[in-house]
Write a protein that binds this ligand. Structure first.
Ligand SMILES: Cc1cc2nc3c(=O)[nH]c(=O)nc-3n(C[C@H](O)[C@H](O)[C@H](O)COP(=O)(O)O)c2cc1C
Length: 312
């Protein structure tokens, strides 16, 4: 009897900012907790990596409720970066994640340059951390966050200061709430970053017309989900053409095809965010969706798709 030759498994491995990933599917910060919250729904070993909820120097309670509002094909959130602080993260959250064969990328933020630098310093050299993603783009806090990410000099100054204090791969998470995102990508590169994440949420607002009040206690919030995907794909494409740094693309990814839009636009990896709230196994479905399209198209290596969108 002749043996049927099975097609070789596709090579899904990618390298982002010096971090080796077994596949390009990551979790977007703030939508997957610290991994433990989702571990009963899926095998974390199957993920390319976990980008954890943003960590600050001290614990933060976040904004008062309501903090979330569903919108057409998306959601508004104004969580206000609630987190237990870097000490609790290192003592209680990281030990759980270390048990898995997946890259752990720690998202950090601060209310001042000094706070960002302190958090980065604390993470440097810690076993089990593959890299740092610096959130300079949160729209839901009054100081810090987006204040850095929408000013070119502040972006450069902050990222250069963080760069000096860590040897870990450094990924800047850029804000879409700017006129030309490529300028901010270039500033991040000049500051010594190894990679870029884009996009964070778009600043939005919803109003209850009967009460005549904003839907969120914070008034404004960050818009995420499929509604923002075309904006995110466009920004990844613009940045990839101009700045030679690896990109983690995100914004409204629900399926493998959504993820491949980002990869063809120039992202080396993708992060799944809001979709995790609709379906806790969304990341794995995105992964198998990518594999299906690759098989259908006879593509053996995901790297052959990065940036391969052609002009019409
Ligand atoms: C509830 C919620 C919390 C978030 N928290 C963070 C965060 O702590 N740090 C960060 O950099 N981005 C945060 N984000 C932004 C996401 O990581 C992602 O960039 C954005 O939501 C776009 O992807 P998506 O449309 O797939 O959700 C958060 C998003 C949501 C919806």
């Amino acid at each position: 009897m002749t043996k049927m030759k099975l097609p070789a498994r596709p090579d899904l491995s990618v390298n982002i900012a010096g971090i080796k990933l077994k596949n390009p599917v990551l979790t977007a910060s703030g939508t997957f907790g610290y991994g433990e919250e989702f571990a009963e729904f899926l095998d974390l070993n199957k993920l390319g990596g976990v980008i954890v909820k943003g960590i600050s120097l001290k614990p933060i309670k976040g904004n008062p409720p309501p903090r979330i509002w569903e919108t057409p094909s998306g959601m508004l959130n104004a969580i206000g970066l609630e987190n237990p602080g870097v000490d609790v993260f290192l003592g209680e959250k990281l030990p759980f994640l270390r048990k898995f064969d997946t890259a752990v990328i720690v998202n950090i933020f601060g209310f001042s340059l000094e706070e960002y630098v302190c958090v980065a310093e604390r993470l440097d050299g810690v076993q089990g951390i593959a890299g740092i993603e610096v959130n300079i783009s949160c729209p839901n806090v009054k100081a810090g966050g987006m204040a850095f990410g929408t000013d070119l000099r502040a972006t450069y100054g902050l990222l250069s200061a963080v760069r000096k204090k860590t040897r870990l791969p450094l990924i800047a998470k850029l804000s879409p709430n700017v006129t030309d995102v490529t300028e901010f990508a270039s500033a991040a590169r000049d500051a010594g970053c190894d990679g870029l994440s884009l996009i964070n949420t778009l600043l939005g607002m919803a109003i209850d017309v009967r009460c005549r009040r904003p839907r969120l206690a914070n008034c404004t919030g960050g818009l995420s989900g499929p509604a923002i995907r075309p904006v995110a794909v466009r920004m990844v494409w613009q940045v990839a053409k101009k700045v030679p740094l690896p990109i983690i693309g995100m914004g409204g990814i629900v399926t493998g095809e959504d993820a491949l839009e980002f990869i063809l636009a120039g992202a080396s990896a993708v992060a799944v965010g809001t979709a995790n709230f609709m379906n806790p196994r969304a990341t794995l479905e995105v992964l198998s969706g990518i594999e299906n399209v690759m098989a259908e198209q006879g593509v053996g290596n995901i790297k052959d798709l990065i940036g391969r969108v052609s002009a019409v």
